[in-house]
Design a protein around this ligand. Structure first.
Ligand code: SFD
Ligand code: AMP
Length: 628
């Protein structure tokens, strides 16, 4: 332990994470902090310019309401999201994003993000809520704004947060966080009056479709490993909708997005016989009324149509890129020259869609000799992910905006969890889908401002037991010690009777989740006995987590990432077990409860782990309809 220097940082607000939500929080909180003489500090496990889900950039901003242009209202957006998520969203939170998100998009543009414009100067829409951007440098632009608001002395990059800290005098009040540098021998203790956790969602909980040479290729960023969920759970924060995993339909193997093809290019997707599966499976989704009649059809139900088609043996399913491009070119007014020019534009738009946000897919097209104007491309439902910002709802149970949230959803500060002074945003907030990049940044701004208000009302300094810090430091570096102690007992450092390497641990976790908790190998299907067996196996993996071994600081990060994944896996399993219905077909099937049950399960499922007793508590919370 002497090799690892302890560095103590005292601050008022600590922001954990440097992604879209954290950057929004940094900009907004710094503004209000300056007015009140307070300090804001941000800690990211990576370098902010390229950290989080937007690392590679994006080609569209998926949440823009267009209130000023009269295009849509916040109420319209709530109705859309409510239907898409099969009735179960926190309407107060969704409404709050909708009324503020446009201003965040305007800030992005002010900071330098190029947004596509038509000849009249209006934003070019991909779909009703989505606008097109030249977004390769999206994250660089947003991170720059966050860094200049914070000041570089208040930014800690490449520091992985392992645990949150609670107050010695009040175990339900936040007091800071501890973490370690992934590059230097430095252990960090951040003491804070409020903490905002925005460490993204969770990838690689389930065995991915990518194996062998493709392993590590995933849709969502592989470096988001469930830290938001695990760290908040471990200090007793209540979670909601952790059964809500997201199964994105993506271009096969490269995970390229489909939105631009379905919405902007109006492409069809057809089965092996050239039939549109939305038509062949039109009857099938009627079992999930009233949601099946919604327009657009909810994302889980669209997935269900494709999954049913594949299960019934009519795969592969193809995105008909060549057909869509031909149709647009043929209907372009003007001469042959005009049509040719349009074809060229479409070709570059199609490639840019991938190059702006999923470069691997462009690489795959090139290596497979695919020209989208000539050949269709396979699409596929991928493995499950955990996020609170796309078409899914996993995250913490937070207090809502006082002016619109019903009493069941309010306890003081907007976006504060059930732990005093612990805020979250973006993928960390549950029950609030379809925020995407712009909504996550907006939610960060809301949470950041409210956290400063909390600090003003609760100015007392946190008290932390120094013995607790020593224990956490010991625990943080234990995998390095375990490896050193036993490394000579085997000739292959990956295999040893006394420790488990992070990669092996990950494989075991992935296998358990895939086989028992509804991964791709069972077409997302599970039942009570399977879940019970899965829980037994997870308990054994938890025992073995004590024996994680790490060869260097990089592997130490991998060890802690996987520990956070394990907690995310367990809370997910418990939620799936508790919800005795199939509410989100296309995401998850309970074979023992294959139908939707509006009478008993149109509710939120919440969970809480008690740090004092180690017991889990599951509960139902009401879904309150606010927008008629
Ligand atoms: O096509 C720790 N997203 C899209 N949003 C859009 O608006 N348009 C799109 O086109 C989108 N698409 C898309 C998207 C994401 C990805 C990966 C692809 C395509 C391929 C979604 C958004 O990106 C997403 O909603 C937001 O980024 C969510 O924001 P946030 O802040 O909740 O998460 P983050 O940005 O991933 O940041 C997480 C941060 O936490 C850090 N971190 N730091 C310290 N300690 C730890 N233990 C930590 N663990 C994690 C990370 O480094 C990062 O800084 S499309 O598919 O729809
Ligand atoms: P994706 O590329 O799948 O992440 O989608 C980008 C955006 O388009 C998200 O807002 C999706 O909800 C939306 N979207 C994608 N496909 C469809 C579709 N077939 N119908 C309606 N909305 C879609």
């Amino acid at each position: 332990m002497d090799n690892f220097e302890t560095i103590e940082v005292n601050t008022d607000l600590l922001i954990v994470g440097g992604g879209m939500a954290a950057c929004g929080a940094a900009v907004e909180a710094s503004y209000w902090a300056k007015k009140n003489g307070l300090k804001v500090t941000l800690v990211d496990k990576a370098a902010m310019e390229r950290s989080g889900a937007v690392a590679m950039g994006l080609s569209a901003i998926n949440t823009y309401i267009g209130i000023k242009d009269g295009a849509n209202s916040p109420e319209d957006f709530v109705k859309y999201v409510r239907n898409d998520q099969m009735g179960t969203v926190r309407e107060d939170l969704v409404y709050d994003i909708a009324r503020h998100v446009d201003s965040t998009v305007h800030l992005f543009e002010k900071w330098g993000l190029p947004i596509w414009k038509d000849e009249k100067g209006n934003y070019v829409h991909e779909g009703r809520w989505q606008i097109m951007i030249n977004g390769e440098s999206y994250k660089v632009i947003v991170a720059e704004a966050a860094k200049s608001a914070l000041g570089m002395d208040n930014v800690y990059e490449r520091v992985f947060i392992v645990n949150l800290l609670t107050d010695e005098k009040d175990p339900n009040k936040i007091a800071g966080a501890v973490g370690f540098s992934v590059r230097e021998n430095k252990f960090y203790v951040f003491k804070a009056k409020a903490v905002m956790v925005a460490a993204g969602g969770a990838v690689h909980i389930f065995r991915p479709r990518s194996t062998g040479e493709g392993f590590g290729r995933a849709w969502y960023p592989p470096w988001n490993s469930g830290s938001s969920y695990a760290t908040m759970l471990q200090v007793g924060a209540e979670m909601t909708q952790m059964e809500s995993r997201f199964i994105p339909t993506r271009f096969k193997d490269g995970y390229g997005p489909v939105g631009a093809w379905f919405l902007l290019f109006k492409s069809r997707a057809t089965n092996a016989f050239g039939e549109d599966y939305l038509q062949t499976q039109a009857e099938e989704i009627k079992k999930w009324e009233p949601y099946a009649s919604a327009k657009p059809v909810p994302t889980p139900l669209r997935n269900h149509q494709m999954i049913t088609e594949l299960r019934e043996g009519r795969g592969p399913v193809y995105m008909r890129t060549e057909e869509a491009i031909k149709k647009i070119t043929d209907t372009t007014p003007g001469t042959d020259k005009d049509k040719k020019k349009r074809l060229k534009e479409l070709d570059s738009e199609a490639w840019e869609d991938f190059l702006d946000m999923t470069i691997t897919q462009a690489g795959l097209w090139a290596s497979m000799n695919i020209s989208p104007e000539e050949k269709p491309s396979e699409i596929m439902p991928s493995e499950p992910y955990f996020i609170g910002s796309h078409a899914s709802c996993a995250g913490a149970w937070v207090s809502g905006p006082a002016d619109i949230a019903p009493k069941e959803y309010t306890w003081g500060y907007n976006r504060m969890s059930t732990v005093q002074g612990l805020f979250t945003a973006g993928d960390g907030v549950g029950g609030n889908a379809h925020k995407f990049s712009s909504g996550s940044c907006t939610e960060g701004r809301i949470a950041g401002k409210e956290a400063i208000r909390f600090i003003k009302d609760h100015p007392e300094a946190p008290t932390i037991d120094p013995k607790k810090i020593d224990t956490l430091k010991e625990k943080t570096y234990k995998p390095l010690k375990t490896f050193e102690q036993y490394k000579t007992l085997s000739s292959d450092s990956n295999i040893n009777p006394n420790y488990i390497k992070p990669k092996m641990f990950l494989f075991r976790l992935n296998k358990i989740m895939d086989e028992y908790v509804g991964g791709t190998s069972t077409w997302y299907t599970t039942n009570k006995p399977m879940l019970e067996r899965g829980l037994e196996l997870l308990a054994m993996l938890k025992e073995d987590s004590e024996k994680l071994g790490a060869e260097n600081l990089h592997e130490l990060m991998r060890a802690w990432e996987n520990y956070h994944r394990l907690w995310t896996a367990e809370v997910h399993l418990r939620h799936v077990m508790f919800r005795e219905e199939t509410r989100y077909p296309g995401y998850l099937y309970r074979s023992d409860f294959p139908k939707i049950d509006e009478a008993n399960w149109k509710v939120f499922v919440n969970s809480k782990w008690d740090p004092q007793t180690g017991n889990w508590q599951m509960s139902k919370k009401p879904v309150v309809k606010i927008i008629q």
